[in-house]
Design a protein around this ligand. Structure first.
Ligand code: BG6
Length: 462
């Protein structure tokens, strides 16, 4: 209601959906199409932020139908097969499974049972795809019983963000950055996804998930891959995914001792009239679930050995921002009075704005030989023409058009799980509780200390 239908509406308005394309809403709720459309009208329309017109809306909802399908009732899948029968011989069918992880396997089995797994069928799997390496492998193995890998679209909406894709253009369509993009010139890299929201109404889901599974294993890992990967042979799906996989495989494995020193977990506490995590609805007393994670990671390859990659994410932080920061090394010598104060820095902001800023020293006007940092910057939203699609719109259109490059391959996803497993295991067996940080702050002191050890600072303190 909030993401998928509004995104399909935008694609409809932009003329990017085939005129004969149909959307079939499917869930356990006992509704008919008219009842479903009432819900769509009340719950989905309000999330359309641009290009709304009653006329376009009326033509869009003509595409929508509804069918009740309970994953435990085989007869419902027969009805589903019947509902798409007229079209499935000639057209592509996209099946989007947004469900608890335990239902992926039975849903795929039932779909296969009624023949909805032919080569023209694509299946989208929405996260969470399991809760650890083992359960994720089981899901992938079960899905693979019924669908070929090239039919499977594991979605991570961060990959649909225009600014993250722009990172590939920045790196591989320009000459000037790539020669500097390595341990010779880069001192450290910071990847941040900071949110101001708390866990809201999602306490129940969040408490069994936590920030590591919700954000690090997927979104931050993808940001890391796009930042650190080598140039792919081409932009074809497997060329890009091969390079991303190499990054994850080159990450230095964390021992339990490394987790103690290089990983910080924390929970927000009551502050400025805002609840602490433990006061949120549906969060059990004494929960140790982390709402904040900071990690110092290292990539053991030629390009990056010795450069710390700091990853962090948290809820109820002071700002909402997703960004990648490359801190360059200091100059070998200084001839201006004060230039040693601040080396160059490249900031790629994914949201809320989409921008690239290269902090560069320029001379302070007047007598004397002082310099100061100022940004050479591109604000993509303002300076580059063209409609900017929401991540989900881009990704849905890619599924419809059979483009896999922005989706995770099984080996990538499992490698990411493998890397985070020691963190999860260490926490499960640890008697040390998470750190606290006040709601509306930039996180715990321990995360500042993590960087201070190497003489580094988080971006907001630089
Ligand atoms: C989702 C997480 O995948 O990403 C949420 O489950 C989080 O907890 C969201 O709020 C953040 O996405 P975005 O696009 O708003 O940064």
């Amino acid at each position: 209601m909030r993401k998928l239908l509004p995104c399909l509406y935008q694609a409809h308005v932009a003329g990017l959906l085939h005129p004969a394309g149909r959307i079939l809403g499917v869930s356990r709720s006992e509704l008919d199409t008219a009842g479903f459309l009432e819900k769509v009208d009340s719950d989905s329309k309000i999330h359309i932020k641009q290009n709304f017109s009653e006329e376009a809306w009326a033509s869009f909802i003509k595409r929508i139908h509804y069918l009740t399908v309970d994953v435990t009732r085989p007869e419902d899948f027969k009805a589903l097969a019947e509902a798409v029968k007229a079209r499935r011989e000639t057209d592509n069918v996209v099946i989007y499974l947004s469900t608890a992880p335990k239902f992926f396997a039975p849903a795929c089995a039932e779909l296969a049972n009624v023949g909805l797994n032919g080569s023209n069928v694509r299946i989208v799997l929405e996260k969470p795809l399991g809760t650890d390496l083992k359960s994720s492998q089981e899901i992938n193995t079960d899905v693979a019983r019924y669908f070929q890998e090239e039919q499977v679209y594991r979605i991570d909406h961060y990959l649909g963000k225009e600014a993250l894709q722009n990172l590939l253009a920045l790196r591989f369509a320009n000459l000037v950055f790539e020669p500097l993009w390595n341990n010779k010139y880069v001192k450290s890299v910071q990847l941040t996804i900071a949110e101001q929201l708390g866990v809201e109404e999602r306490g129940e889901f969040y408490d069994i998930t936590g920030a590591l599974r919700d954000m690090v294993q997927n979104h931050l890992m993808q940001m890391l891959c796009m930042t650190a990967m080598e140039a792919p042979k081409s932009l074809d799906a497997d060329d890009v995914r091969d390079e991303k996989l190499k990054v994850i495989k080159s990450l230095k494995p964390l021992t339990y001792a490394d987790v103690d020193t290089d990983v910080v977990r924390a929970q927000y506490t009551e502050s400025k009239g805002m609840n602490g995590y433990l006061q949120e609805r549906n969060v059990p007393a004494g929960s140790r679930t982390e709402t904040y994670v900071a990690i110092k990671a290292e990539i053991n390859n030629e390009r990056w050995a010795g450069v710390p990659f700091y990853l962090r994410t948290g809820k109820r932080l002071t700002g909402k921002v997703a960004e990648i920061v490359l801190n360059f090394r200091d100059l070998p010598r200084h001839i201006f009075e004060n230039s040693q104060a601040a080396p160059n820095r490249l900031v790629i902001e994914l949201q809320p704005a989409e921008s690239v800023r290269l902090y560069t020293q320029v001379k302070t006007p007047g007598a004397g030989n002082k310099v100061e940092l100022t940004a050479l910057s591109v604000d993509m939203g303002k300076e580059i023409q063209g409609r900017r699609a929401e991540a989900y719109e881009r990704l849905l259109l890619d599924v419809i058009n059979g483009k896999l490059a922005l989706f995770n391959r099984r080996d990538e996803l499992e490698a990411a799980w493998e890397w985070v497993m020691p963190i999860m295991e260490n926490w499960e067996n640890s008697s040390t509780p998470p750190h606290g940080y006040p709601a509306d702050s930039w996180g715990p002191e321990a995360a500042r200390n993590l960087l201070a050890r190497n003489g580094d600072k988080w971006h907001e303190e630089q």
